[in-house]
Design a protein around this ligand. Structure first.
Ligand code: ADP
Length: 737
């Protein structure tokens, strides 16, 4: 199947098999302007959430009635022993749901699932947004931002915004912020980058990318991070398909599949092979047996992930679809996560059939990528958000809801999936962050919009496919006017969702809002992570009360909902690797590095008192060399020598298993973390008392620094409270003895 968009573009059914004189695109500008009038017509049409309950009204002309098209109404349990159940990913009901008893916070969040976002105070983006961009709108009651001379606008450098530029421009116009399309000599408040963090000239303000995010969410790195979490918390992380990394885990893959097939001969799995660093379905193919892996030169030069294929996805109109959800990582420390209430659903263009040897290669049946399906002659462009090959997620939820599906639980499971995934990613991100923006050095703070690709199984269990560091923020799509002639036309569905996400991200990171908030209520500056109720008191996710002077007046309510720290209590126990990463960062040594040298590792062992007669320093060195060599031979990052975080985590797990035999892995790891943190806190205390100075903490990630307890920045909080540390250590010793 190995579909490459480029190959597809050169001879696709949709283009009549003729080579496309690509990129011969013309921008249909008149459509953008005309849409002011044209779109206002579509704006008048009820939005999907306004139609909830009126099943018939949701069905587009020419499409099957919902009852027939949807397979199933949603709630059929997965037949035992089928699909991937044998491999442990389809244990619906045992996973996230088990963690969140009814009535817990995510369930409350689910009372307002994306199907029912608050209606904007006035026509907004989407079909309405086009009108908004056509004429300079003035929100009722607003005298304009800086025009009145009262409030200098927030400044945004959009010179590197690339394909997100158009959506950004609309957002900035709605907010009345100042755009600097060619950059600015003076610093800006916000730098909007289309691709990555990197820019050596930014010393202040905020950048919409985290350093290292692209590396962290690559297919292989994500799979490794999820595997670590699956090892620690198998049930909590069963929303990620079981994966193996090629070529290094090929023998393991072959062996595990053989064992599983032997134990359950009826198991007929399918696997999907995805090249690392690939996107838009590039190079992806399906296989029925490990021996089908294409072990050409390319697998060596281009590592890949092979993953269980989810054979029983939820279908709508007989088609497979996936969900693109937008998630804002507003701050790494303290962790702040927001989820957009609405996302996109991208549809396949051939009716789905469970994979067989005959249909394995059918891209339009199995891969939901927009970039592939747009080339199918069945692709339906629609200006409506609830028809066609790309729709809003809320329109799907409405449809599911009208069929009796429990969309509150689904939404709650999605929130849970997002929080857990980010928890898996933060340790690596923190290492990159301290390396690129060491504390004490001037640098910007970061936030980032991530694209989560989620597949719903037939039983409505959401499964994570991948996380995109640079989700497309384009609000246009290609249309083929005549064979081989393409043009870009506005896409109301994209605009509806993406402009709201960008605009509301900007509102949440608004530096002036923060200043105003600090001035009004300085005590709210640091939000304790563990609080469930306090975030309700923090107005960050709500527009300020409308009033003639409020810069938020006239803007719709925020489409981004805070989920962390809001639900921190339920998830903080999962943040073990974060604490291991804090230890790793402490011993990194020279600033600007992401790898631990042998001396740093030895110091870690010594300071944490992990060496003894059973575990000599020579054994420590051997452990370091063994693990580091193996990780470095996997060839992920040759730039630096030394032990990467993932290798350190492996060494740490090894030490934990050695020290606390017979406990489950997560308890072993937790015990070792507490042991290390106590010793380091005591050491820092001693240093402070003796006036030796304390090693500079470099785990900080630029957000408002807060005391997070011992676990996130070991020792720092302890320095603030010596008595607590001393008694904790004493308690610890008593418990151990
Ligand atoms: P890419 O970054 O190239 O888009 P993805 O991981 O998103 O790679 O996979 C591409 C498409 O393949 C997805 O949109 C989805 O339709 C399908 N897909 C990926 N992984 C699986 C899986 N484990 N089970 C079923 N379908 C999958």
């Amino acid at each position: 199947m190995a579909a490459s968009p480029r190959a597809l573009r050169n001879g696709l059914p949709g283009s009549g098999g003729r080579p496309c004189p690509f990129p011969k695109w013309r921008r249909r500008r008149q459509r953008v302007t005309a849409a002011g009038g044209g779109a206002s017509g579509s704006r008048a049409a009820p939005l999907p959430w306004q139609r909830a309950g009126s099943g018939g009204g949701m069905e587009p002309a020419g499409m099957e009635p919902a009852g027939m098209g949807m397979e199933p109404a949603g709630m059929e349990p997965e037949p035992a022993g089928m699909g991937t159940a044998g491999m442990g990913v389809e244990r619906a009901g045992m996973g996230t749901a088990g963690m969140e008893p009814a009535g817990t916070e995510p369930a409350r969040e689910a009372e307002e699932p994306p199907g029912s976002p608050a209606l904007p105070a006035e026509p907004r983006q989407g079909p309405g947004g086009r009108a908004a961009r056509g004429r300079a709108r003035r929100a009722p009651g607003r005298r304009g931002g800086d025009e009145g001379g009262r409030r200098p606008g927030v400044t945004v450098d959009s010179s590197k915004a690339k394909t997100s530029l158009e959506a950004l421009k609309i957002s900035l116009r709605q907010l009345r912020w100042k755009e600097f399309p060619f950059g600015r000599r003076l610093p800006c408040d916000i730098y909007w980058h289309g691709v990555s963090f990197h820019d050596n000239n930014i010393f202040s303000g905020q950048v919409n990318k985290f350093p290292g995010m692209m590396e962290t969410v690559r297919k292989i790195t994500l799979s490794r991070a999820m595997r670590t979490m699956q090892d620690l918390f198998p049930l909590e992380y069963n929303f990620y398909p079981r994966s193996w990394i090629l070529p290094e885990e090929l023998p393991l893959f072959v062996a595990e599949v053989r064992v599983m097939k032997d134990s359950d001969p009826s198991w007929k799995p399918t696997f999907i092979v995805k090249p690392d660093g690939g996107c838009q379905g590039d190079g992806i193919y399906l296989i029925k047996d490990p021996s089908d892996i294409r072990l050409t030169g390319s697998i060596q030069s281009r590592p890949a992930v092979v993953q269980e294929y989810i054979c029983k996805p939820l279908l709508v109109d007989k088609l497979k679809f996936d969900i693109r959800l937008y998630v804002l990582l507003k701050s790494l420390e303290p962790l702040e996560i927001y989820i957009a209430k609405d996302g996109l659903s991208r549809f396949c263009t051939e009716p789905y059939q469970e994979p067989t040897l005959k249909n394995l290669h059918q891209v339009f049946m199995h891969l939901t990528n927009y970039s592939l399906n747009i080339h199918s002659e069945n692709f339906i462009h629609s200006d409506s958000v609830n028809t066609g090959s790309k729709r809003t997620f809320s329109s799907i939820l409405c449809r599911l809801s009208s069929r009796g599906a429990d969309v509150k639980k689904l939404w709650s499971d999605i929130i849970s999936l997002v929080i857990k995934t980010i928890i898996a990613l933060t340790p690596e991100l923190k290492v990159y962050y301290q390396s690129d923006i060491p504390s004490g050095k001037p640098g910007p703070t970061c936030f980032q919009i991530l694209g989560f690709d989620i597949l719903l199984m037939k039983n409505l269990k959401p499964m994570l496919l991948e996380v995109n560091a640079n989700p497309s923020m384009r609000i246009e799509h290609e249309q083929e006017l005549s064979p081989g002639v393409f043009e870009n036309v506005p896409s109301p569905v994209d605009e509806e969702v993406k402009v709201a996400v960008i605009r509301d991200t900007l509102r949440l990171v608004d530096p002036q809002k923060k200043k105003r908030k600090d001035a009004q209520c300085p005590r709210l500056e640091h939000v304790p992570e563990s609080s469930e109720s306090l975030p309700d008191a923090v107005p960050a996710e709500r527009p300020e009360p409308d009033g003639p002077r409020s810069p938020e007046a006239g803007l719709p309510s925020l489409c981004l909902k805070q989920v962390f720290p809001k639900y921190a209590k339920q998830f903080s126990y999962l943040r073990l690797v974060d604490r291991v990463a804090a230890l790793f960062i402490r011993f990194l040594g020279v600033k600007g590095t992401t790898k631990l040298g042998p001396t740093g590792f030895r110091t870690f062992i010594r300071n944490c008192k992990l060496s003894n007669s059973n575990f000599s320093m020579a054994a420590v060195d051997i452990l370091y060399i063994d693990i580091t060599r193996r990780w470095n031979s996997m060839g992920i990052d040759h730039k630096e020598s030394g032990m990467c975080l993932q290798a350190f985590v492996e060494a740490f797990f090894c030490l934990a298993q050695k020290k606390y035999k017979s406990l489950p892995l997560h308890e072993q790891v937790l015990s070792l973390i507490e042991f290390c943190e106590c010793h380091l806190a005591a050491l820092d205390e001693k240093r402070l008392l003796w006036g030796w100075g304390v090693p500079e903490r470099r785990g900080g990630t630029g957000g408002p620094c807060q005391a997070e307890g011992l676990h996130l920045s070991p020792a720092a909080p302890a320095l603030l409270n010596r008595t607590a540390t001393a008694s904790k250590l004493a308690d610890y010793r008593t418990q151990r003895n």
